[in-house]
Write a protein that binds this ligand. Structure first.
Ligand SMILES: NC(=O)c1ccc[n+]([C@@H]2O[C@H](COP(=O)([O-])OP(=O)(O)OC[C@H]3O[C@@H](n4cnc5c(N)ncnc54)[C@H](O)[C@@H]3O)[C@@H](O)[C@H]2O)c1
Length: 333
């Protein structure tokens, strides 16, 4: 049994909490949340802050607001707890560097909570690419066009740049593309706030250059109720409607693949020939649960983190570059 503390039972933390509570090999050692109403979510003892918690644990899931991650992790590291920290690890790279130093000093692992890496369809997509099925990947087009409910922005910390889709959502696109294609070396972009007109970027497009030579575009908006986006397509998030539509298209030297349908187009040599589609299978499983099971294996020393703090840092660095490109007026110098 792996004993986990959950810090923060908001939108994402309560999903971690429910999955741990329901899992036969995981145990909620304590919930940390200053909101007393969250006591109803679990039988485990609740504390207002981690400093008040006297429970023993093997690790902690940190799902507090991003600005709090560093302080909560510092306290957890002092107790020798490994940490699965929601993305982004922190709002800036200096904070992440301090967190990496604290983790190394304490001898604990940090896992970055980009749970898409654990989606069975992502696992299958990576296998298709790594097998060379479409040849050398050359270009990719990713769409994340949704409309967030107006009430989403009533939470104080979401009103500014931390609530913009760049930090909240495009960071997932960046991490997924890094997982598939390796490191990002160049970033360009344009963005704006033409609909809600609040002090944060709400829509735009980024172009990412990879060390491999691949170029990817990412279109994003939180003001457009379209069927296209990772969660819409996969049905992965219970709060986001399932459309089953593809949101990522990758073209290579011998074919192309669409995601999440995993429709692979091959058989054409040049534009005189029509490629033939074939849908590939994938396994089953809930990414957040698969990520928690991985966390338990990392705690047990059975495997290393799939997405450690340095990887999480690289995703933040590229995300900050996208923010600078799409919303230069909102980014501190
Ligand atoms: N992986 C994903 O898909 C995903 C989705 C949503 C949010 N996130 C990330 O998760 C984090 C939380 O986002 P959210 O939308 O769930 O936030 P939220 O505002 O819905 O919930 C945050 C919770 O943390 C509690 N809290 C605040 N300070 C605390 C502290 N010091 N100790 C313990 N609890 C504290 C609040 O009372 C609240 O219940 C953010 O970093 C966000 O970027 C990740």
């Amino acid at each position: 049994m792996t004993r986990l503390v959950v810090a923060g039972a908001g939108a994402i933390g309560r999903r971690h909490l429910a999955h741990i509570d329901a899992h036969p090999d995981l145990h909620v050692a304590a919930l940390i949340d200053p909101n007393p109403a969250t006591s109803e979510l679990t039988q485990a003892p609740r504390f207002d802050s981690l400093a008040d918690c006297g429970e023993d644990a093997d690790g902690i899931v940190i799902a507090t607001p991003t600005q709090d991650h560093e302080a909560t992790f510092a306290e957890a590291a002092r107790r020798g707890w490994h940490a699965l920290i929601e993305k982004p690890l922190a709002p800036d790279l200096a904070s992440v560097d301090r967190m990496i130093a604290a983790a190394e000093a304490a001898g604990v692992h940090i896992l970055t909570g980009h749970h898409r890496r654990f989606h069975p369809k992502v696992t299958a997509l990576k296998a298709i690419l790594d097998a060379g099925t479409i040849g050398q990947p050359v270009v990719a087009t990713s769409i994340w066009n949704v409309r967030k409910p107006d009430g989403y922005f009533d939470v104080g910390w979401r009103k500014g740049r931390d609530g913009a889709p760049v930090h909240m959502n495009v960071s997932h696109e960046v991490d997924l593309l890094r997982f598939l294609f390796g490191e990002i070396t160049r970033v360009a972009g344009l963005g704006g706030n033409p609909v809600r007109q609040e002090a944060r970027v709400e829509s735009g497009a980024a172009v990412l250059g990879f060390a491999s030579g691949l170029t990817a575009s990412v279109t994003f908006a939180d003001t457009t109720p379209s069927p296209w986006g990772f969660e819409h397509g996969t049905g992965e998030n219970p709060n986001i409607a399932h459309t089953g539509q593809d949101s990522l298209r990758i073209s290579g030297t011998r074919g192309a693949v669409e995601f999440p349908s995993l429709r692979v187009w091959t058989g054409a040599y040049d534009w005189s020939e029509a490629p033939v589609p074939q849908e590939h299978p994938s396994g089953d499983g809930t990414p957040l649960i698969l990520q928690l099971e991985h966390f338990a294996r990392v705690i047990a020393g059975a495997e290393g983190p799939l997405n450690d703090a340095r990887s999480g840092r690289a995703t933040i660095a590229a995300t900050l570059d996208i923010e600078r490109a799409t919303w230069p007026e909102g980014v501190p110098a």
